[in-house]
Design a binder for this molecule. Structure first.
Ligand code: GLU
Length: 424
């Protein structure tokens, strides 16, 4: 009897497969031995916990929490925690592996991990989110640690959640351990520059790539998908560097203004409107996915995974895509963009500014010292520029896309380190 293939879910791609297909290509070009390939593709540890939480109406709801440590070959594992209704093990596994490659590309001494809780923080009270965060921390007490696994914010979490995590961990250990988590509020040992770090890294990557492509930022237009921490900072900083950011979007839709969006106004509006741009008057409302195919020079997907697909890639008009989100482009779209000559600065490089400043935060916590914002920005800008130049050089040498080159740089570093350290 013939095997019946399950019908594909439109052209949606499983994020772990999206990561693996690039990993396979880069490993082949590098000539990676099969044994090492097998080591690097398998997550070191996958933890799933059930978290029963008393809700404000006194009912008890059970949430599912995850932490996947993909690799600790380069050092303690590092990566954010996501609160979102779509969180699932496959997504967390992919995001954990991306953290390994990301830390390796920017050459910081961390492995990769990611965590998540399947929940909708938009529909929960602060008290419910606090109890959930503390329960999750307590369940992960033997996983986390400043020398083991260091969480940080991701979609749906921020400094507030990191403060609760740090406090819960510290209580169990009987002392204040601020280096267990990054992205904390400044008063708790957070680093200056951490909030804007990912968006700033996106801006630096975009400008460095534009310089190579001879695109004048003062004559360039841009569209940014996503108006959370990464998107809003990237948009603001790019416009400060001369680009006209004509469109931004969030889950309520996309907003277009040919002359450029007024960010002060948009951010103020969003903050006063429960985090949503719905009803923002400074622009014309267009369909959410229309933003991706606008006639702009630079496109910054800074929302979520799998938004540039084989279906819409043929209609993309931007010359340069800078991936603020993790995994925004499906692997099937890669070749379409390549054939069209569109340059893509991949996620594991373009959004690495966040984890880079997380690393600085951890260093400062361990030194018991505070750096000025100027030092943080100067050092992270340098790291981002060097990483881009290094990946660019590899892409020229092997005649591959920046994405495959970034994977090659990362995999090569982790594989070499693994060989020195050895296994059993
Ligand atoms: N969640 C962010 C990322 O995907 C930051 C991770 C970190 O700072 O550890 O890169």
């Amino acid at each position: 009897m013939g095997y019946i293939e399950p019908a594909p879910l439109l052209d949606k791609e499983n994020p772990f497969e999206a990561m693996m297909s690039r990993f396979r290509v880069a490993s082949q070009i590098l000539g990676l031995e099969e044994e090492v390939y097998n080591v690097l593709k398998s997550p070191a540890r996958q933890v799933i916990v059930s978290l029963p939480i008393t809700m404000d109406d006194s009912s008890i709801k059970v949430f599912e929490g995850y932490r996947v440590v993909h690799s600790t070959i380069l050092g303690p594992s590092k990566g954010g925690i996501r609160y979102d209704p779509h969180v699932n093990l496959d997504e967390v596994k992919a995001l954990a592996a991306w953290m390994t490659w990301k830390c390796a590309v920017v050459d910081i001494p961390y492995g990769g991990a990611k965590g998540g809780i399947t929940c909708n923080p938009r529909e929960m009270s602060a008290g419910e989110i606090e109890r959930l965060t503390r329960a999750y921390t307590s369940a992960m007490i033997d996983i986390f640690g400043p020398d083991r696994d260091i969480p940080a914010p991701d979609m749906g979490t921020g400094p507030r959640e990191m403060a609760w995590l740090m406090d819960e961990y510290s209580k169990t250990r009987g002392m204040t351990v601020n280096a267990v988590v990054t992205g904390k509020p400044i008063v708790l040992g957070g680093s200056l520059g951490r909030t804007e770090a990912t968006g700033r890294g996106v801006m630096v990557s975009a400008l460095t790539a534009m310089e190579k492509m001879k695109i004048n930022p003062y004559k360039a237009t841009c569209a940014v998908q996503g108006f959370g921490n990464v998107g809003s900072w990237a948009a603001r900083l790019l416009s400060e560097r001369g680009l006209i950011v004509q469109a931004v979007s969030d889950i309520s839709g996309a907003y277009y203004n040919e002359k450029g969006i007024d960010f002060e106004a948009a951010i103020k509006y969003r903050d006063a409107n429960k985090g949503s741009l719905e009803g923002f008057g400074g622009a014309e409302k267009i369909k959410g996915d229309e933003l991706l195919t606008l006639s702009v020079d630079v496109l910054v997907p800074a929302a979520t995974e799998d938004v540039i697909t084989a279906t819409n890639a043929p209609n993309i008009k931007a010359k340069l895509i800078v991936e603020g989100a993790n995994g925004p482009t499906s692997s099937k779209a890669d070749s379409i963009l390549n054939d069209k000559g569109i340059v893509v600065v991949p996620d594991i490089l373009a959004n690495a500014g966040g984890v880079t400043v997380s690393y600085f935060e951890w260093v400062q916590n361990r030194l018991g010292y505070k750096w000025e914002a100027e030092r943080v920005n100067r050092r992270s800008d340098r790291i981002m520029k060097d990483a881009l130049n290094n990946v660019y050089k590899t892409s020229q040498e092997y005649k591959v896309s920046l994405r495959i080159a970034a994977y090659m740089v990362a995999i090569d570093k982790v594989a070499k380190t693994y060989k020195y350290r050895g296994g059993y």
